[in-house]
Design a protein around this ligand. Structure first.
Ligand code: 2AM
Length: 219
């Protein structure tokens, strides 16, 4: 009945604890600030549909509390939502805290995000079809489970956050096809690679460890 349907959230996710929200947010801002000063970035600025300078801090809007979505449920209306909410692992881990490993930061003309490298245990909460559901990135279906895991750090005007995971899959699909990208620079945080069409990936030298609570988001 309607009451049961109501108990399924808008989405399930790991929510970063407040102590690391600020840390991750400021690392992201530092990255954007540095990126836009690089000559290599300026050379490809037109990918961002900007005539002259683009201020990436203004270009991307933050999207509220930082989290790594496991399953978008739309209150039970999304495909597979009911099944997901019923999973034993979802019940077992609901409300528990674990450490997310942020292994890379990426920027595209649409989104900025952090790649999350999931542990075996965290993969128990990952939907089997998350990568296959990315219809705009057909090659994603053959990427390892959990490849789409990410934290949306910001979106360009008019872009929905669902785009962040698709942008990440696009980059990972290129890597899988053997496109190494263009190694642009060794930055303090790690190595920066350009994949064309405004796609930049910073592989972090030291992954950021972010404690997060697995829960549902309702409002
Ligand atoms: P995100 O995980 O990239 O940030 C509410 O919209 C949340 O659910 C956002 O965090 C959003 O993207 C995610 N989301 C929205 N639609 C989705 C979809 N179809 N598949 C996966 N995640 C989705």
């Amino acid at each position: 009945g309607p009451l049961e349907e109501m108990s399924i959230p808008l989405f399930f996710a790991w929510f970063l604890l407040s102590s690391v929200q600020d840390k991750v947010g400021s690392t992201s801002l530092d990255f954007l600030k540095t990126l836009q000063t690089l000559e290599a970035f300026k050379k490809h600025m037109s990918d961002f549909k900007a005539e002259k300078e683009v201020d990436l801090e203004q270009y991307f809007e933050a999207k509220g509390v930082l989290h790594c979505t496991t399953k978008f449920c739309n209150y039970g209306k999304a495909e597979g939502a009911q099944e997901y909410a019923q999973k034993q692992a979802v019940k077992d881990f609901y409300g528990s805290t674990s450490e997310l490993s942020l292994s890379a930061l990426f920027v595209t003309p649409r989104t900025v995000g952090a790649r999350v490298s999931l542990t075996e245990e965290q993969l128990l909460l990952w939907p089997a079809d998350a990568e296959k559901e990315a219809e705009s990135v057909p090659a994603a279906a053959s990427l390892p489970l959990g490849s789409r895991a990410h934290i949306t750090l910001g979106c360009a005007e008019g872009v929905e956050p669902v785009q962040t995971g698709l942008d990440l899959l696009e980059i990972l699909a290129l890597q899988q096809e053997g496109q190494q990208g263009e190694l642009v620079e060794e930055m303090a945080l790690g190595s920066l690679t350009f994949y064309g069409k405004g796609r930049w990936l910073l592989s972090l030298r030291e992954p950021i460890c972010a404690p997060a609570c697995f829960s549902g988001y309702y409002t």
